[in-house]
Design a protein around this ligand. Sequence first.
Ligand code: C2O
Ligand code: CU
Ligand code: CU
Length: 510
Amino acid sequence: MTKSSGRLKRILIALTLAIVAVPATAVGAGVWLYAAADVSTVGRVEFANPLAVPPLADSTVDKDGTRVFDLEMQPGHKEFTAGQQTPTWGFSGDYLGPTLRAERGEQVRVKVRNSLDEASTVHWHGMHLPATMDGGPHQMVNAGDNWQPHWEVDQPAATLWYHPHPHGATEKHVQRGLAGMFILDDDKAAELPLPKTYGVDDLPLIVQDVKFEGAQFDHGHRTMANTGFLGDTTMVNGTLAPYREVGDERVRLRLLNASTARSYDFGFDDDRGFSLIATDGGLLEGPVTLDRIKLSPGERAEIVVEVHPGERTVLRSYASPDSDFWQDRFGGNDDSFDILELRAAKALRSSPELSDELVGPAGPEVPDGSDPVRERSFDLRMSGINGEPMAMDRIDASVTRGTTEVWTLRNRDGMPHNFHVHDVQFRVLEVDGERPPPELRGPKDTVYVPGSRTVKIALRFDGPADPDTPYMYHCHLLYHEDGGMMGQFVVVEPGQKAGKPPVGSDHDHR
Ligand code: C2O
Ligand code: CU
Ligand code: CU
């Protein structure tokens, strides 16, 4: 039986049961809601707007060699559609933010200024750094205040990102436009034959789903969408219906799912293969040829795609059901989108062939999980992780600096969740007891855990220790995170006890 006829059969059975059990009007309403719930822009996007590319952030280098960035959280307006001024928030601009870029081994400092009229934070998603610099809910920056986190970049080349993390309001702050990329470089990656000219053959793609009500964003949740906000169209880097002219044979696309609830299953309209070269935390052992890459909220993937002179090809997000049919339909997995059109020039510059090795046989710098000091399990439910909703004054786990742990993540709801851990890049050891697929074999900081799936990960905590300041782990479907699907862990020295998070003092301005 094909997948779709199986689905159809399940739907018919469920509808039949429903007809037996409930009055006809309720069934009618259910059928109508079900039928109306999926959204597709495939074949209907005009690709009328040139893709915006976020500028590289300016930086200065201090006397002591620290690279210093400025980032201002500010309200603004943006014309997503000609003649319509949409109220927005942005970092040092009207919507989204500049791309920060630094090298492994560098000291960086970001001068964050909050010019909004409410408190927020800036979190460095995927970055290994001290807990006080993390920008989670314990590092609130009040309206009008400054915050200057600083750290040493001590991890491989990767596509990371930054966004606010105020407890209970993250969805709203990200939706209004607060998000940007943070690219890390290292010497080894710099020598690889990869497309690497930013904004030319190396493109950041910040993908979000949106909905407009006139000129305003409509952030309302759809009926029965328990995953959170689901838009009816998508934009890339803040551009609706985007196209991009390409002048090189091979283009590197740094895909970031910056949507608050929606997962995408990216591929091209002609199903061409592409090379996956990196996951959340950096390069794979070697490129892997795929024709789809699924990214849940917060995840990244770097892919290299080949284009032919004069052609057009569309980056698409395909429907990819993976839970029960009801969850798939109302959670957005049945939706499909035309995301971005690539328009290849008539004459293309030649690009180097990809090499078979990226980081090579030693593999990515993530623990192999063979020597865990401890195993833990996390039961994922929308109402809370391991049965408890997030509490700012409760430390849920303390881990010892310099040790590796194995965590088992179990989705206990039918609805999709994912799991993100601050400060570390982890290795996915198993998905439902099996070796993970290639796209989950690189360094990860966020992993999709749909339906009743179980995922095992290995994480190593290198510190520094700080028993009083927690890092977060949470579902990155922001509606779930805001609702309490989050927990806190501290990194301690061997034998040290967890302290107390400084609650009430929401103002850590170190
Ligand atoms: Cu991207 Cu705790 O988040
Ligand atoms: Cu994070
Ligand atoms: Cu969730």
